[in-house]
Design a protein around this ligand. Structure first.
Ligand code: PLP
Length: 470
């Protein structure tokens, strides 16, 4: 492909992308394929001779699209959102063209410099304490990781290093091998699986702290565990608190946990992968109170701040604590996406996006509450609604099976206090009230009085599924 063809094909590709996104709701949100579907559709080996572009692009609809889960469909309500916006996509295209790596300042000065400034912009948008901002002389600052999982791992490694140095400072004879088995990290029993994985990779013991009725970790239980562990000769060194847990969007009480960590000289990392973006809105910012006690804070603009994957922002209160800022050597020019998005939406545009999605979640919550067969299972604070059919877990499991088979909308479940719960997360940028209300129509077959489940248009009257009385 030469430059002239690239110009032509590039314009066609932008048209294809724009059409795909404009018409996405006409595609079933969830693919109708079985594992291994793709192998039979493509050759077993790469072509020896070059193929032409037409043949490749034809295969996008034949081979690729049948296996796509359309995360940007307004009927996608699973997991948490993965962000998408046109400015971010355009910036990604430019990033691809610039191409180069940013492993040191000299390797690509703009990659380092824009990243530092964008993280400062972001820190100021979130009203982070001054010590998280690099500025021109600051001690803090941020770095863009590819995922929250990587950010958590970096924090575990940095905390481990600091803890070992501290123990050795007061006990110079102790070797790293003697200290490591005594180190203990903590996180919520509701924390994302990536937190436990970080401890496994980091080679440290991690304990799960039980949560309260709101699925949040409070100071009392945490302190009790610390006391017991210290009495047993262990060295508590790290806490990963979560703001916006994956199952239910619960918020650990960092105003209680932070002072305990500071007193015990423990590293507090905050994982706000999803909810962090909402702190740009003054009404949600109080949930971040306590961040002043943290050593590191991370969230994913690639979840909720209209910045396409990958862009996970990590802020440190004291960058000198770090020996390394990230795992990979090579790094993409990810801050370009933030620069485009911040400028083209403005803080107000980004706030409007968050507020709209939270309002949609509240709207869905009120639909659920209006139907006596259902119950809400956790307080709805942001864009996630956890709900279930009253009665046995089996009932809700069956409902989810039908929803998944219908491929009209896509949801995933979680377990809360032993209950099987459906998570309804407002995800796509284009989800509107009509997408939620459309699924709400009350159905009743006049002849047979067959009630249908209000929200999902799914017949729940068949013999296999008992109805919950209204
Ligand atoms: N932490 C929380 C609270 C999450 O909800 C998630 C994913 O949803 C993660 C971490 C993992 O994020 P990532 O895919 O960026 O590693």
């Amino acid at each position: 492909m030469d430059a002239a063809e690239f110009r032509r094909r590039g314009k066609e590709m932008v048209d294809y992308m724009a059409n795909y996104l404009a018409n996405i709701e006409q595609r079933p949100v969830y693919p109708d394929v079985k594992p291994g579907y793709l192998r039979s559709l493509i050759p077993t080996e790469a072509p020896l001779e070059p193929e032409n572009y037409e043949d490749v692009i034809k295969d996008v609809e034949r081979v690729i699209m049948p296996g796509v889960t359309h995360w940007h469909s307004p009927y996608f309500y699973a997991y948490f959102p993965t962000a998408s916006s046109y400015p971010a996509m355009l910036a990604d295209m430019l990033c691809g063209a610039i191409g180069g790596m940013g492993f040191t300042w000299a390797s690509n000065p703009v990659i380092t410099e824009l990243e530092i400034v964008m993280l400062d912009w972001l820190g100021k948008m979130l009203k982070l304490p001054e010590h998280f901002i690099a500025g021109t002389h600051g001690q803090g600052g941020g770095v863009i990781q590819s995922t929250a999982s990587e950010a958590t791992l970096m924090s575990v490694l940095a905390a481990r290093c600091k803890a070992i140095q501290q123990v050795q400072a007061s006990n110079p004879g102790q070797s790293e091998a003697e200290i490591l088995p005594k180190l203990v990290a903590y996180t919520s029993e509701q924390a994302h699986s990536s937190v436990e994985r970080a401890s496994l990779i980091g080679g440290v013991l991690m304990k799960k702290v039980p949560t309260d009725d709101n699925y949040a970790v409070g100071g009392g239980m945490f302190k009790k565990m610390l006391e017991e562990d210290k009495a047993a000769g262990l060295i508590p060194f790290y806490l990963c608190a979560t703001l916006g847990t994956t199952p239910s969007c619960g918020f650990d009480h960092i105003t209680e946990l932070g002072p305990i960590c500071n007193k015990e000289n423990m590293w507090m990392h905050i994982d706000a992968a999803y909810a962090g973006s909402a702190f740009i809105c003054p009404e949600f910012r109080p949930l971040l109170n306590g961040v002043e006690f943290a050593d590191s804070f991370n969230f994913n603009p690639h979840k909720w701040l209209l910045t396409n994957f990958d862009c996970s922002t990590m802020c440190y209160n004291h960058s000198s604590l770090l020996q390394n800022w990230q795992i990979p050597h090579g790094r993409r020019f990810r801050s370009l996406k933030l620069w485009f998005v911040f400028r083209m939406y403005g803080i107000q545009g980004l706030q409007a996006h968050i507020r709209k999605q939270v309002a949609l979640a509240k709207e869905f919550e009120s639909l659920v509450r209006a139907d006596k067969r259902f119950e809400i299972c956790a307080e709805v604070i942001m864009g996630l609604v956890c709900f279930r059919l009253k009665g046995s877990n089996q009932l809700t499991e069956l409902l989810l099976k039908r929803i998944t088979e219908s491929r009209e909308i896509h949801l995933v479940p979680c377990h809360l206090s032993g209950r099987f719960v459906l998570r309804f997360a407002i995800c796509a940028r284009t989800t509107d009230s009509r997408h939620i209300q459309q699924k709400e129509a009350v159905h009743s077959d006049a002849k047979n009085e067959v009630p249908k489940l209000r929200f999902f248009n799914i017949n729940m009257s068949s013999h296999s599924l008992p109805m919950v009385s209204q």
